[in-house]
Design a protein around this ligand. Structure first.
Ligand code: URA
Ligand code: SF4
Length: 205
């Protein structure tokens, strides 16, 4: 058992916040332990709560389509949420619930060490971009040492507002290029040892 799967077992019996009382199944997250891309959504919904898996409803189907569009699939990315248990009637998670659940997400990020985190919820975005608006910063990657965080609209929002579908598709299409550019960046550990490439090559950052 890895530390990650050990944590899944803890999450499935966690009672650190009130959401534990209304859930059917906790939804820890899923994907390869060293995925390059990690998606962070808001919270499990009805189907996720039933199945114990993230993004398995309509929004999940659209996420699969978006991944396929860029030649990826769910088997190659890690998918989780800011809170691991479904809020009643799909209400927004409360700050105290997000705080109670934060150590799980923190550790997931530490263990998986993704190259790119794609935030697909307001609450995930707020972690790296406090007080920013998704309409201003969607699709714009920002570098934090060895990590790039890329805020995107939630796939469910695009299902409700058809105009957002094309926006989300356009933002997704940038992901392969971002990964390519990251592969060329000197890593933070290399410090000053390697000359930094001229900034004009780094169109994304
Ligand atoms: N919406 C989310 O934010 N997360 C899920 O897992 C499903 C729908
Ligand atoms: Fe525990 Fe997170 Fe579920 Fe709350 S939402 S009970 S903190 S796993």
């Amino acid at each position: 058992m890895s530390e990650l799967t050990d944590m899944y077992a803890q999450i499935r019996v966690c009672t650190k916040c009130d959401l534990s009382q209304s859930r059917t199944n906790a939804v820890p997250g899923e994907g390869p332990e060293h995925a390059e891309i990690m998606f962070i959504g808001e919270a499990p919904g009805f189907h996720e709560d039933r199945q114990g898996r993230p993004f398995v409803g309509a929004a999940g189907q659209f996420l699969d389509d978006l991944l396929n569009m860029i030649g990826m699939d769910r088997g190659r990315v890690y998918i989780t949420n800011v809170v691991k248990c479904r809020p009643p009637q799909n209400r927004e998670p409360r700050p105290d619930e997000i705080e109670a659940c934060r150590p799980y997400l923190d550790r997931q990020i530490e263990l998986i060490q993704p190259k790119v985190i794609i935030t697909i919820s307001r609450f995930a975005m707020a972690r790296w971009f406090p007080n920013k608006k998704i309409s201003d910063i969607h699709g714009k990657p920002k570098r934090f040492d060895n990590l790039v965080v890329l805020p995107m609209y939630h796939p469910a929002a695009a299902l409700h507002q058809p105009g957002l579908k094309a926006v989300l598709e356009a933002d997704f299409k940038r992901v392969p290029q971002i990964l390519k550019e990251m592969a060329q960046l000197p890593s933070a550990e290399d410090g000053e040892a390697k000359p930094k490439p001229p900034t004009e090559q780094l169109s994304m950052f």
